[in-house]
Ligand binder design. Structure first.
Ligand SMILES: *Cc1c(COP(=O)(O)O)cnc(C)c1O
Length: 325
């Protein structure tokens, strides 16, 4: 692994390495050897995959003399909640631009945003960029120094965090045939692919798309990989980088929980006491179960499900998750 990435300024926010845990009950039931990488246990106000990215992003913010983290996402954004938590821990302010309508009462991630002291601004998809600019401008006018974190924390620093995470996994166990994860803004998958390439990992990496169509997400991921390799001068090897994305599980759209997610959440909870979330890991877990059932993932394979977090969102879906019987 490149020393450039290891030596990047970094502020410890996560408890690393996260546990790598076998899932014996599900493995028996599914006829594959299933493991989980518990990035839902990074810590930092319920944690998740954005915590690793924020270790590098927040370090850059502080090195640039910034005093306010500014980012954007959906109402139940895990990324925004973890950014708010990082800011609180580091004595920074946090402004969040959330897309949607302010609900009557805050719950789950939005409740945590408030408890963590973030200032929330509401906008629409169409006005998102304008609102972000306005918030930056008014912070500057008030004498603050805002630091912009992109959607999902997916830029070269965010990708670098998951390039390093790949190394962490390969030191725990390099023998997986396949890694499956929820993929949305692409930074996590880009980092895993880059890390796998640099380390010569032979297994496959498959992103289950949570939002964009496969072609769109693949292009985003390829772009992030080349930007990151360029920015940090990484010796991306001769092995061609194949980006695998499956977009068959988008259902009724982003953050709309269907039968796929609900069944996966119940199965993982009831066989392994492993909690998935309704938006990301529930969809990716449901996709994984389908891939095994249809034989796309052959029996006997050693499969890693990379748990990216998101569990607080369960409490925003209590009505949909309540048993109907
Ligand atoms: C943000 C998020 C993802 C997607 O990660 P990207 O790097 O944006 O692709 C997956 N799972 C959870 C729980 C997330 O919050």
């Amino acid at each position: 692994m490149s020393d450039v990435l290891k030596n990047l300024p970094r502020i410890q926010l996560a408890n690393l390495p996260t546990p790598l845990v076998p899932l014996p009950n599900l493995s028996d039931q599914l006829n594959v050897e299933l493991w989980v990488k518990r990035d839902d246990l990074t810590g930092l106000a319920f944690g998740g995959n954005k915590t690793r990215k924020l270790e590098l992003l927040a370090a850059e913010a502080i090195n640039q003399g910034c005093d306010t983290l500014v980012t954007t996402g959906a109402i139940q954004s895990n990324h925004c909640r973890q950014t708010a938590a990082a800011a609180a821990r580091l004595g920074l302010a946090c402004s969040l631009i959330l897309v949607g309508e302010k609900p009557a009462g805050a719950q789950a991630n939005l409740l945590l945003d408030q408890l963590l002291g973030a200032e929330v601004h509401w906008t629409t998809k169409e006005n998102q960029d304008i609102t972000i600019n306005t918030v930056h401008e008014s912070l500057r006018q008030d004498g603050h120094r805002p630091y912009a974190i992109p959607y999902g924390g997916s830029n070269p620093l965010g990708v670098a965090a998951y390039t390093l995470a790949t190394q962490e996994l390969l030191e725990q166990d390099p023998s997986f045939d396949l890694i499956v994860l929820a993929s949305s803004s692409g930074g996590t998958q880009a980092g895993l692919l880059l890390g796998a390439n640099l380390a010569g990992f032979e297994g496959q990496i498959l992103g289950i798309s949570i939002e964009p169509a496969a072609d769109e997400l693949k292009a985003i991921i390829r772009n992030l990989i080349s930007e990151t390799a360029h920015e940090f001068n990484l010796p991306v090897g001769d092995k061609p980088l194949t980006v695998n994305v499956d977009d068959r599980f988008l259902g009724q759209g982003y953050a709309v929980m269907g039968q796929l997610e609900r069944q996966a959440i119940e199965l993982f909870a009831q066989t392994e006491s492993l909690l998935l979330d309704p938006v990301y890991t529930g969809r990716a877990g449901g996709g994984l179960l389908q891939l095994i059932k249809e034989g796309t993932i052959p029996a006997g394979q050693k499969v890693l499900f990379w748990h990216t977090g998101g569990t607080p969102a369960l409490f925003a879906y209590n009505q949909q998750l309540n048993r109907q019987d």
